[in-house]
Design a protein around this ligand. Structure first.
Ligand code: NAD
Ligand code: TYD
Length: 329
């Protein structure tokens, strides 16, 4: 296939590009704004076209979509804590950006896949969300992602655009920006820095290895029914505190680095996705959490050239704003 991959210089997008080139020989153009989270280095050595633009930039999108078979949209602001501190870009990228892409896909008459998240369903105490569960997002991140999902569905119903939505659970693996739980804890543990656990650490996430999500998205793009949403959940659930303790072990760090800090406002307690619908299409997760976490710690340990420039740049300021006073309390 010839694909326009928006947000392809980020964590999941770049893993998706790698999987599609390796396993399917797709022709790929990446369109990415290169925000703090997007990096050309994530695509180093890969044979792809590249357009440096935001998805809200209609002329750039119209140029990039020319000749492709499908658009896959990863482009997003993705960190819940940043959406609490500064929601502006979340609204622009998720609402306006998604709308611009949908209009371009409609004009070009091509298939459109929106990459979405389990967070649009909100928190669940028992059981798992299905695709027909109501959307009940809690944060500006998840609320704007839910808005984008609804806009995508409206283009199917109103304009017959062949749309698909893939809702993934928490991803982890190589190339994840170290603001998210797992890479943040791994890099802190490797440096002997404190490990800030929010609240009581008993929040549960449903962990999905990034290559499994990348394969799931490709699978839905090829075999999904237009107009439908598909949950793609990981095989294992784990409370945050258990994740952090396992990272401490894998990094050979000291458990004394653990620090319980003030909780995130509106913190969702548990996410859990039922993935029967995508399994019925023939997708299955291949990597369990134990194995995937060990591989991920190994990747960060072996690739300081990837994370050193991040840790010495703007990230320092972000870290100080986000954690400085919490760690002093
Ligand atoms: P990321 O933050 O690593 O990457 C986001 C990418 O989008 C970056 O390359 C960034 O430069 C680009 N981008 C941001 N705003 C843009 C804009 N306006 N125009 C063009 N490019 C822009 O994010 P990620 O973790 O790879 O997430 C990718 C997608 O998957 C997102 O839509 C996210 O909501 C979804 N998702 C993420 C997870 C997860 O655990 N990380 C789980 C489920 C779904
Ligand atoms: P995160 O990686 O931000 O993903 P999300 O909020 O989208 O699920 O956080 C995963 C979990 O880890 C979430 O319950 C918040 C918690 N967390 C911490 O306890 N400490 C941290 O420093 C971070 C970044 C997250």
């Amino acid at each position: 296939m010839r694909l326009l991959v928006c947000g392809g210089a980020g964590f999941i997008g770049s893993n998706f590009v790698r999987v599609r080139l390796r396993d399917h020989g797709d022709e790929i153009v990446v369109l990415d704004k290169l925000t703090y989270a997007g990096r050309r280095e994530n695509l180093a050595g890969l044979d792809v076209g590249f357009v440096h633009a935001g998805i809200e930039d209609a002329p750039a999108v119209a140029g990039a979509i020319d000749g492709v078979d499908a658009v896959v949209n990863f482009a997003a602001e993705t960190h819940v804590d940043r959406s609490i501190a500064e929601p502006d870009a979340f609204v622009t990228t998720h609402a306006v950006g998604t709308w611009v892409l949908l209009e371009a896909a409609r004009a070009a008459g091509v298939r459109y896949l929106q990459v979405s998240t389990d967070e649009v369903y909100g928190s669940i105490e028992d059981g798992s969300f299905t695709e027909s569960s109501p959307l009940a997002p809690s944060s500006p991140y998840s609320a704007t992602k839910a808005g984008a999902d609804l806009l995508v569905s409206s283009y199917f119903h109103t304009f017959n655009l062949p749309t698909l939505i893939c809702r993934g659970s928490n991803n982890y693996g190589p190339y994840q920006y170290p603001e998210k739980l797992i890479p943040l804890m791994v890099l802190n543990a490797l440096h002997g820095d404190r490990l800030p656990v929010y609240g009581d650490g008993m929040q549960v996430r449903n962990w999905l290895y990034v290559e499994d999500f990348a394969r799931g998205i490709g699978h839905v793009l090829e075999h999904g029914t237009p107009g439908e949403a598909y949950n793609v959940g990981g095989p294992d659930e784990c409370p945050n505190i258990a994740v952090v303790k396992r990272i401490i072990e894998l990094c050979g760090a000291d458990e004394g680095l653990l620090e319980y800090v003030t909780d995130r406002p509106g913190h969702d307690r548990r996410y859990s996705l039922g993935s029967e619908k995508v399994r019925a299409l023939g997708w299955e997760a291949r990597t369990n959490f134990d194995e995937g976490l060990e591989q991920t710690v190994g990747w960060y340990r072996d690739n300081p050239a990837w994370w050193e420039p991040i840790r010495s740049g703007d990230y320092r300021e972000y870290y100080e704003r986000q954690y400085g006073s919490r760690l002093e309390e």
